[in-house]
Design a protein around this ligand. Sequence first.
Ligand SMILES: [Zn+2]
Length: 423
Amino acid sequence: MNQLKRACALLLSLGLTLSLAACGSGGAQPSGTADTTPAPLETAAPEPTPTPAADPYDAVKNYWSADQLTQAWGPDQVVEHLFFHPVIAYPKYAFTDSSASQAQKDGLDDWMVTVDEYNKILNNLYERGYILVRMEDVWTETSDGTGVPHMVRNTLMLPEGKKPLVISFDDVNYYDYMLAEGFTSKLVVGDDGQIWAQCTDPYTQETFLTQDLDATPILDNFVLEHPDFSLNGAKAIFSLTGYQGILGYRTQNDRDIAAGSPDRPAFEAYRQSEIDAVKPVIQRLKETGWTFGSHTWGHINLSTKSLEVVKNDTERWAEEVGSLVGPTTILFYPHGARPDGNDDVKQTGPMFQYLQSMGFRVFASVGIESYSKIKTDISAVICDRLHPDGTTLRKQRDRYLQFYDAKDIIDLEVRPDLGVNWD
Ligand SMILES: [Zn+2]
C-alpha cells in the first residue's frame, strides 16, 4: 500500500499524464475537492479494521527527550528569525517566460527565492546547527513581580550545540497574481494524510500534487528527514492576509455583494465550500507544528493608514481569518511598515495601543538583524526579521554568512542579470 502511494505520488509529482482518479485510494488526492462520486458499496465480507498507521510526524515531535535539552538559551541571547515569501516553483517561467511586466519580474527577484535556493538554505541552516523553535515559545506575558502584565523573553532549553531559529512565511495566501507567475496554487491534505501543494505547470497547464515545489511540504519533509532540526516538532509560522482567502482557498467575504442581492446565495455557497475545504488543511498544519499570525486582512501599510481603516481591517481579519485559524498574538507588519508614522520603537502611539488591545503582543517588522525589544510602557514586544531573498542574496552577503553563503545559494543562471555586490 505504501509502495503504491509512493509510486502514485511520484508519478503525480513528475506531472505525468495520469488522472488523479487513476491512483484510486492509493493516490494523493486532495480531500477537499468537490469529487462527489459515491464510493461503491462494499458487498464482500468486511475486512478486519487495520491498526491506524503511526503518524510519521510523531517521530519529529518526540525526537528530543527532556533530558537532552540541557543548554539554557537565556533572554540576552538572540533568537534568529528568517522569513520567506512563497518560493518560486518555476523560476524560468517567473523570471523570463511569463507575461508579467518586467517590474513584476524584478519584484519576484527582489522578494523571493526559488525552490532550489530554498532547499540549499534549509540545508545550510541545518548544517550550521540551527534548530526550529516556535515563535510563540520565545516570549511570554506575565505579571510576575510587578502586578502589571508585561512581556518577558523566555529561557529556551535546547540540545547542546544548537542555536534557536524562528522561520515565518509571509503571504501564504496563493494570491491570484502568483498563480499566473510560476507558483503553486494551494495546500491540500493528500490521501496519505500529509500536506501537499496543488500546482499547475505553466507550460502544459497540467494540474498535479507535489511536495517538491512548495515551501511548506518541503519543510515538512526536511524535518521528517532531519528530526533534530526541530524542537518539539516546531515548523514555521504563517503570516496570513485575508483579502484573497487563505492557503489557496477563497474564503474571504465579498462585501460588494449586498445581503439581499440575488448573487448572495450562490456566493455564500461557494464561500462555504472553500471554508469547508480549508478546514482539514488548517487542522493538519496545526497537528504538525505550524502556527498562524496576522499579516493584516488587506496587506495594509500601517505607517500611513488611519486608525479607522486599521480598526476595520483588524476586525475583518478576526472575522474571516482568525475564525478559521484561531486567535493569534503575533502581527507581521505588511511592507515592514510600523504603525503610528512608522515609529513603534520610540513611541507607543494610538494605533499600537489599539492593536495591543486587540490581543497582539509580538509585532514583527523586517530589518538587517534579528532585533527585538520588550516595550516597558505596554505589554508588547517589537522585533525585526531577516529576509533571505534576491535583494539580500545579491547585496547583503556578509549579514547572512552565519546562515549561508549567498555565493552557494543564488541561482544566477535563472535570475535576471541584475548583478551582485560580492565576487
Ligand atoms: Zn506581505
